[in-house]
Design a binder for this molecule. Sequence first.
Ligand SMILES: Cc1cc2nc3c(=O)[nH]c(=O)nc-3n(C[C@H](O)[C@H](O)[C@H](O)COP(=O)(O)OP(=O)(O)OC[C@H]3O[C@@H](n4cnc5c(N)ncnc54)[C@H](O)[C@@H]3O)c2cc1C
Length: 477
Amino acid sequence: MAGIGALSINNFEFSDQSGLIQSGFYSEPSKKIPARKFDVVVAGAGTAGVFAAIASARTGAKTILIEAKGYPGGTAVEGGTAIHSFYNLWKAFPGVEKKQVVKGIPEEFINRLTTRGGSTGYPEMSLGYDYDSVSTNIDTELYKLTIFEMLIEAGVYVCVNTLLTGAILKGSRLEGVILECHSGREAIYAESFVDCTAYGDLAARAGAKYTEPNDYAVANSMGLGNVDLEKVYDYLDSKDAVGQLSRGVRSGMDGRIIRIEAKNNNLPEGFVAGAKAIGMSFVTTTVHDNYCMFIKLNVKLPVSPTNRDEVAKAELELRKRMQKGVELFRQYIPGFEKAFIARTSPSLCIRRGRLIDCDYDITHEDVIEGRHFSDDVFAYGFHDSAPRLKIKNGGTYGIPYRALCVAGIDNLFVAGMMITKDSRAHMSTRNTVSCMCQGQATGTAAALCALNKVGTRNLKYSQLRENLEKGNVHFEN
Ligand SMILES: Cc1cc2nc3c(=O)[nH]c(=O)nc-3n(C[C@H](O)[C@H](O)[C@H](O)COP(=O)(O)OP(=O)(O)OC[C@H]3O[C@@H](n4cnc5c(N)ncnc54)[C@H](O)[C@@H]3O)c2cc1C
């Protein structure tokens, strides 16, 4: 179900002062840099990466996690609406059993977050449930803190504010990676590697094949403070404009509005046209009074988001759009009169950058037919294109191990938004909880590969499955 403001592509101005020397190059001199050795390297401490690192360390591997920003969490704390989803879409299929289909470390984390007031847990949707059956909302800051603590407790060596910049290769085997931080460059050697950078930086530098489909808009999302959600609801209800609705625990009190979406109809023309022009959707979740956790603004780039200069233009444009967005809310929607921007993402969020070639590519039919495989690493049941596309009979499909093994490289896994060519299938596999589970699966597998000294294609599935089940992963085959 789309919120107000279908994605718009606007031209925007940016000066060209790039200073590029057309035929000029600089040859970097070689030099010795400090080196470290681990069993497993996880690149990117985002949605998938943190679960990969925790799983790897808990499996007994000496694990390093490398993150460009100053905190773990990634797009889960920067982009979204709710964490889609630990459950099947039973509400959209009358008579289908309500079933929790995702467990493991992601569930352990959300339960821990809920206990300290950082998540709503799993309350049901009361409207818009043909799209989502539950609304697992988060507090972005408690999310970052809680997952950081879990990484340390697991014994992960966490490097934040550190950029992965290179790969050390020997034939088709990855031997190590190069890092850069304020104190300089380092080489990190390891047995197994997991690329969770979303951009596929490690896989690309390791020579993996990839494409850059550029098939989604990029976004920044803002948290709006000083919003009276009950007043917003009363207004939308009076206009018959409530799309999604969920009630749950907000600021410690149950039964409060925690998710609301506006339908396009009956809202003031100026708001609808203004929101469309800036690619703004009117759907938000919250765990706190007077706060909308995520309002999204979108821009469609002319090229892939790996292009730094086009991204710079979009970063500026999105900040202009966020300002325009809060002004539109203040002007037109009762309850937002005194709203202000309380949070933005530090850099724009992508829905897909590089798409990495893996040993298997999950198809649209695999997803909607609810297929399971002999090498499933977890079951998943949410589709972001619901109600148009749903998994058959409100069931689940399986993510096969092969879909996470990077083609042509002996010891590299990938987890997160970088898998699944077909954008219809990707609209399911890219969602938060799927990425979290891919993290647990690849982290466990990478640790077992490192400890057994085997490549990704020589790991015994039975051993992986046993370890995933020990990690409380739910299977449906
Ligand atoms: C605007 C938006 C809204 C969304 N809404 C929802 C929603 O409501 N519900 C839902 O379930 N899903 C939603 N999604 C999808 C989902 O959030 C993402 O697909 C998912 O979080 C991606 O996880 P990831 O692990 O692949 O990437 P990320 O979480 O982005 O993690 C990648 C990490 O790698 C780091 N990194 C990148 N390059 C390097 C490098 N070279 N060196 C070191 N670190 C690096 C990044 O800083 C980042 O922390 C949304 C996505 C977007 C963009």
